[in-house]
Design a protein around this ligand. Structure first.
Ligand code: GDP
Length: 296
């Protein structure tokens, strides 16, 4: 079992017996540990460098007082800086718009987009008492629309009837019409993914955005893909106006590093976490919890 970052910081700093202000030398060994832990957690190098610099600035000069161990003092600084970098407060899904509120989900194939669409829809319907309609705009993968339909049946959420041969923008318009006529509060658009980003995907996604003017546009990204997920977010954000991120497969990312890079590089709020394959495996993003996970 690895020693946690907190333990390592205490191990290094609590050896200090001298009182007075922490010097650069006192904290430099501790900062090496912070750097190592973040890199091990797959946080992007630039993000790590900036982070360590900020923590160092705050730690050097701090008065060592009798009542608090120096290790604890620096752990608190690291913790607070992690929370700050991760966005401080949870940012929930925003539904404050005229109904039907359109929510579009974008991302690569296999990132968990369709599953996440159903997870969010189910939660909105059961917990928030919203009437939700889901529509799959994935005309590429033959089984995609069918997959959403099955998930809808399993979760008791309505899906737009499938019409063969329609293009994504036509389906979008039909979905908006159906949402209006049916008195739905929320329309969720599950867009097509690809194995990688290409111009065609970006053009299609932009056309859907134009046709539906979504209130929320969420990027669904696999936490296990680390730096790739960050690049993906930047690419998508150049083409559509992302309002937030859902990180999936957090159940497999024990260290939570993807969240830190994602937020630091893109500046987009992480709104939700996918924590498993089951339909209720969806959690609000709490910066504090991820900070504790990284500190261990
Ligand atoms: P899409 O191609 O982006 O629509 O991806 P899918 O929704 O079809 O998901 C691909 C696979 O990932 C499925 O087997 C899902 O059950 C699984 N999956 C989705 N979200 C999560 C998650 O948060 N954790 C885990 N462990 N698996 C997930």
């Amino acid at each position: 079992m690895f020693e946690s970052l907190s333990d390592r910081l205490s191990g290094i700093l609590d050896k200090l017996t001298r009182r007075g202000a922490l010097t650069e030398q006192d904290v430099s060994e501790a900062m090496r540990e912070v750097r190592r832990a973040l890199l091990e957690a797959d946080v992007a190098l630039d993000v790590v460098k900036d982070f360590v610099e900020r923590v160092k600035e705050k730690a050097v000069g701090q008065e060592v007082v009798k009542s608090v161990a120096p290790g604890q003092m620096v752990i608190k600084i690291v913790h607070d800086e992690l929370v700050e970098t991760l966005g401080r407060e949870p940012e929930p899904i925003d539904l404050a718009a005229a109904v039907p509120v359109v929510m579009m989900l974008v991302g690569l194939q296999g990132s968990g987009k369709t599953t996440t669409t159903a997870k969010i829809a189910r939660r909105l319907q059961t917990r928030d008492k919203q009437k939700v309609l889901m529509a799959s705009l994935d005309t590429r993968r033959p089984a995609a629309q069918e997959q959403l339909k099955i998930l809808g049946e399993q979760t008791d959420v309505a899906t737009l009837p499938i019409v063969e041969g329609e293009d994504p923008v036509t389906i979008t318009k039909r979905a908006m019409d159906a949402a209006r006529r049916g008195g739905y509060d929320v329309l969720m658009l599950d867009t097509a993914g690809r194995t990688h980003i290409d111009e065609e995907l970006m053009a299609e996604t932009a056309a859907i955005e134009k046709a539906s003017t979504p209130h929320e546009t969420l990027l669904v990204a696999d936490a296990l893909t680390g730096q790739d997920a960050v690049n993906l977010a930047q690419n998508f954000d150049e083409c559509v106006k992302l309002t937030g991120i859902v990180l999936t497969r957090i159940d497999g990312d024990g260290r939570g590093g993807a969240a830190l890079s994602m937020r630091a590089v893109t500046g987009k709020p992480i709104k939700l976490l996918g924590t498993g394959e089951k339909i209720d495996a969806l959690e609000d993003f709490h910066p504090d919890r991820i900070a504790n996970r990284i500190l261990g």
